[in-house]
Structures are given as structure tokens and as C-alpha cells.
Design a protein around this ligand. Structure first.
Ligand SMILES: *Cc1c(COP(=O)(O)O)cnc(C)c1O
Length: 356
């Protein structure tokens, strides 16, 4: 039996999205392929409210995260981390020989504008990474507030991980001055995993041109050039996923409408949070709760593997905790094309299994 996935990616995709995956191949240097690339770029620009080029890569989100920090740090990177995914960006720097420091917040707390100000005031850094939505703790960082600080440092390339929030929460890239904003297809966009998307500013592009040893496959300069010129990819892209993404982005932008989509995510988030607070408690600070997933405190006597086994019999799955919060929490995603009815399914199923 298929289990409906309430994990923070991959999530269930609409049948039409899955159907698109089985369409016949086209040449990746054809006009047809360019048109698909152009439509994907134009719709992502609407979602992110940006005029920047949006690149597509045939990797999951981590591919463009690694590319961004490797290709765009000339001096030293400051990685702000509120959990596992923030830590990962720092590890990507270190393992690529990029000079970087990490600034961690306590689990459940956000990156504050003050922390960013303090780091940037040293003049040591020319790139920063911030997680918009930390999928391990359920914190949604105040990126709009952080952006006001970053704006005072025009030489700093501002990179944001919006892997688990783009398409589910408003991220106005140009208003916030984000130079590189990254996402994956398998979370709020509701497409299978395998593609990554990033908006890339001219500033980030020009910086990358000064950095030697950017590698070849994920060189952000060549990916940007091909996208800007022909809306194509330097290698052979995952065409099937592009068909699915193309269809889905049209639904998001032109059928549902992005503001309606964000409102629906907030409605689902508020419902899950209220329910979780009544029965368990939340991990993240109340002022910075994610709109796309909720990370819930796990009572000692609840075994998540066991709970999930029983939920599986009812046709759904939730996620255990992640990273440092693995043993003490569990996670319910409310992203993509899910509805309030789905939310009620997940809460009533958990109530049934645990006898709440
Ligand atoms: C899922 C996730 C990633 C990793 O993305 P992949 O597409 O699996 O490479 C990075 N950051 C955050 C916040 C995520 O939720």
C-alpha cells in the first residue's frame, strides 16, 4: 500500500506530475528544450520575486549549495547554522578547501541579525550562508531582518538555503538582496527529487569569475552562462524531471497562485502547531516557527519507529527527528500540494495510534 508521505521531502506528487515523467525524450540542445528552461526560469522568478537568472542543475539541492560556497567565496565564508543543514554548508566549505567559520545558534533558536552584524563587522568575510528554513529544528529564520544587516556590506555575497521553503513561504529575493537562493524540487514544489534551482545575482556571478578552481561539473559560471544564453544546461539535464517541474510550476503560479499557496501553507502550519502544542510541545522558538514543517517534542514513552509502523497500516508516514534532535523529536511536514484534509488525516491517525 502506498504511504502518504508527511516527511519533509520527498512528498507525494500529484498524478499529473508523475505522468509528465513518462513523456518521450527530446534533444537537450533543441529549441523545445530551451522553451522548457525559459518557462521554468520565468516561473521561478515569479515565485522568488526576482529578476536574477534562475539556474537549474541535475543534482538535488546540496549540489548547488556546494557549488555556491565553493565558486563564490574569494576570501572567507561565514556560515550561520541553526541545525544540521546549516552545519552541512560549513562542511561543504571545509571539505572543498574553502576558508570558513561557523556561527551556531542553540537548537531551536534562530540566527539573529546581531550575530550577522558582529561577524560581518570584522571585515573577514566576503560570503555568508543562512538557512531560511531549518528542517531539523523547524526554525524559520528572520531572513528579512538579517537582510537589512547584509545590505550594509555590499562586498558580501548573500547565500540562502530555501530548500525546504521555496514555493511554500514567501522569499522575496530581490527585496531581501539575496545573491544566491537555492531550492530542491522534492519539498514545497511537489516534484520528485533530482533537480536543484538557484537564483544567482550578477554580483555572485562576477565574484565567481574571480575564484580559481571552481571545478567543472558544478561551476556556477558555466551553468549561469548556459542558462542566461539558451536556458540550457552544460551537461545532459534530467529532462523527465524538467517536464514535471514545468507543468507543476505553471500550476503553482497560474492556477493556484503563489500568494494563495503561501496562505494555504500558513493555514496548515497553524493547525499542526496548535495540535502539537496541545499534545506534545514544539522544539523551535515560538517567534520563528516554520510554515512548512513542524518539529515536535517526542515524549520518552513514544517510539517513532513503532508509531510509524502503525501509521503505515493506516496509509501514511511521518518523519523521526534529524541530527542532534533525532532522539528527542519527530517531524510532520505540511508542504507542497497538501490540504487541510491531509492535515486532519495525519493528526487523527496519530491520535488513534497513541490513544490521545
Ligand atoms: C532537504 C534539505 C537540504 C538538502 O537538500 P537535498 O535536495 O536533499 O540535497 C538542504 N537544506 C535543507 C534546509 C533541507 O531541508
Amino acid at each position: 500500500m502506498h504511504k502518504k508521505l508527511f516527511i519533509p521531502g520527498p512528498i507525494d506528487c500529484r498524478p499529473e506530475v508523475l505522468e509528465k515523467l513518462s513523456q518521450p525524450m527530446i534533444g537537450h540542445r533543441t529549441k523545445e528544450c530551451t522553451e522548457i528552461g525559459q518557462r521554468i526560469m520565468a516561473n521561478m522568478q515569479k515565485i522568488w520575486k526576482t529578476k536574477n537568472v534562475v539556474v537549474i542543475s541535475t543534482t538535488s539541492g546540496s549540489g548547488l549549495m556546494e557549488s555556491a560556497i565553493k565558486c563564490c567565496t574569494a576570501k572567507r565564508a561565514a556560515c550561520f547554522s541553526v541545525g544540521s543543514f546549516g552545519d552541512r554548508w560549513h562542511k561543504m566549505a571545509v571539505t572543498n578547501g574553502v576558508e570558513a567559520d561557523i556561527f551556531r545558534s542553540e537548537e531551536g533558536k534562530c540566527t539573529t541579525p546581531e550575530m550577522v552584524e558582529e561577524a560581518l563587522a570584522t571585515g573577514k568575510y566576503d560570503l555568508i550562508t543562512v538557512t531560511h528554513n531549518e528542517t531539523s529544528s523547524g526554525v524559520m529564520n528572520p531572513v528579512g531582518e538579517i537582510a537589512k544587516v547584509v545590505a550594509k556590506y555590499p562586498d558580501v555575497v548573500f547565500c540562502v538555503d530555501s530548500v525546504s521553503s521555496a514555493g511554500g513561504a514567501d522569499i522575496p529575493v530581490d527585496e531581501w538582496g539575496i545573491d544566491i537562493c537555492i531550492t530542491s524540487t522534492q519539498k514545497c514544489l511537489g516534484v520528485p527529487p533530482g533537480l536543484s534551482l538557484a537564483s544567482v545575482s550578477e554580483k555572485a556571478y562576477n565574484r565567481a569569475k574571480t575564484v580559481p578552481n571552481r571545478g567543472l561539473y558544478l561551476d556556477i559560471v558555466s551553468i549561469y552562462d548556459m542558462m542566461a544564453e539558451k536556458a540550457q544546461y552544460p551537461s545532459t539535464p534530467a529532462l523527465s524531471l524538467m517536464y514535471a517541474l514545468d507543468w507543476q510550476l505553471d500550476q503553482i503560479v497560474n492556477v493556484e497562485g503563489i500568494e494563495n499557496r503561501y496562505a494555504r501553507h500558513i493555514e496548515m502550519a497553524e493547525y499542526i502547531r496548535a495540535w502539537a502544542k496541545k499534545h506534545f510541545g514544539l522544539v523551535a522558538d515560538e517567534a520563528h516557527l516554520s510554515n512548512t514543517l513542524t518539529v515536535i517534542k517526542k515524549p520518552e514513552n513514544v517510539d517513532i519507529a513503532d508509531l510509524n509502523k502503525k501509521l503505515g497500516e493506516l496509509g501514511l508516514a511521518i518523519a523521526p527527528g534529524y541530527g542532534k534532535l533525532k532522539a528527542s523529536s519527530f517531524r510532520i511536514s505540511h508542504m507542497g500540494d497538501y490540504t487541510m484534509e491531509d492535515m486532519k488525516l495525519v493528526t487523527s491517525s496519530i491520535e488513534k495510534v497513541l490513544g490521545l
